[in-house]
Design a protein around this ligand. Structure first.
Ligand code: HEC
Ligand code: HEC
Length: 179
């Protein structure tokens, strides 16, 4: 009897330990996609110079290779703008983007080759009300830095989200809100 009770202690601890590990792994895999590692894997200068003039230089890991390939092949008609650059820069940037592109199935061909139309994006932003994207301080979902301060340097960690006043839950209970 004694011996059974003695056995219980360690077994319980082991189970608890396994649970903690499982939770830990779940936590890590739940955030590893593009949450912090996509941040700023030292962007090449040419990418910063050519692709951060009109919006931030988006992390390469937020789209798959096919989407990046189409974007880099269509810079003369780039989301309503002419973003064309010299061939050497196109080549250098494409090579880098493709090397860091996401392998995720849902990021290969999102509608319109946008980060912001992927299911992943919608899921991460389900708390944003549709009208918030058009808020004057935001303009469009593509303007990440309206809500992710310093995202071009620090990435998109949820702890760094600061919503403009009037955006998001009007109750303001949520961290990063205005409550
Ligand atoms: C002349 C301005 C300009 C330049 C330079 C530019 N872009 Fe854009 N880009 C835009 C505009 C405008 C949009 C659409 C933004 C919106 O819908 O609010 C856009 C959108 C995007 C999107 C989609 C964002 C989303 O909504 O998910 C990607 C990806 C992108 N650009 C990549 C690039 C890359 C890569 C380069 C460099 C080769 C680049 N851009 C250079 C103007 C530019
Ligand atoms: C209108 C404000 C707003 C805009 C614009 C916006 N986001 Fe977000 N984003 C949020 C909020 C709010 C969250 C949820 C934060 C939380 O869970 O606490 C979030 C979450 C995220 C996350 C998950 C962070 C994590 O740690 O789980 C990523 C990644 C992200 N956004 C990327 C982007 C990218 C890339 C863009 C631009 C293409 C963008 N966001 C534009 C408000 C915004």
């Amino acid at each position: 009897m004694k011996h059974v009770i003695k056995k219980k202690g360690p077994a319980k601890r082991v189970r608890w330990f396994a649970l903690m590990i499982a939770l830990g792994c779940w936590g890590v895999s739940g955030t590893s996609l593009a949450d912090s590692d996509h941040s700023m894997v030292t962007l090449p200068k040419v990418y910063q110079a050519e692709c951060a003039a009109c919006h931030q230089a988006y992390p390469a890991t937020l789209l798959g290779a096919p989407a990046w390939r189409r974007i880099m092949g269509g810079l003369t008609h780039h989301f309503g703008s002419d973003a064309s650059i010299d061939e050497a820069s196109v080549k250098a940037i494409s090579t880098w983007l493709l090397a860091h592109a996401s392998p995720r199935a849902d990021l290969q061909n999102p509608p319109n080759d946008r980060i912001t139309t992927s299911q992943w994006f919608a899921r991460k932003h389900r708390e944003i009300r549709p009208q918030d994207w058009a808020h004057p301080k935001v303009g469009s979902a593509s303007n990440c830095m309206a809500c992710h301060q310093g995202a071009d340097r620090r990435g998109f960690d949820e702890d760094a989200v600061r919503l403009p006043v009037g955006v998001g839950r009007s109750q303001g209970w949520w961290r990063g809100g205005h409550g």
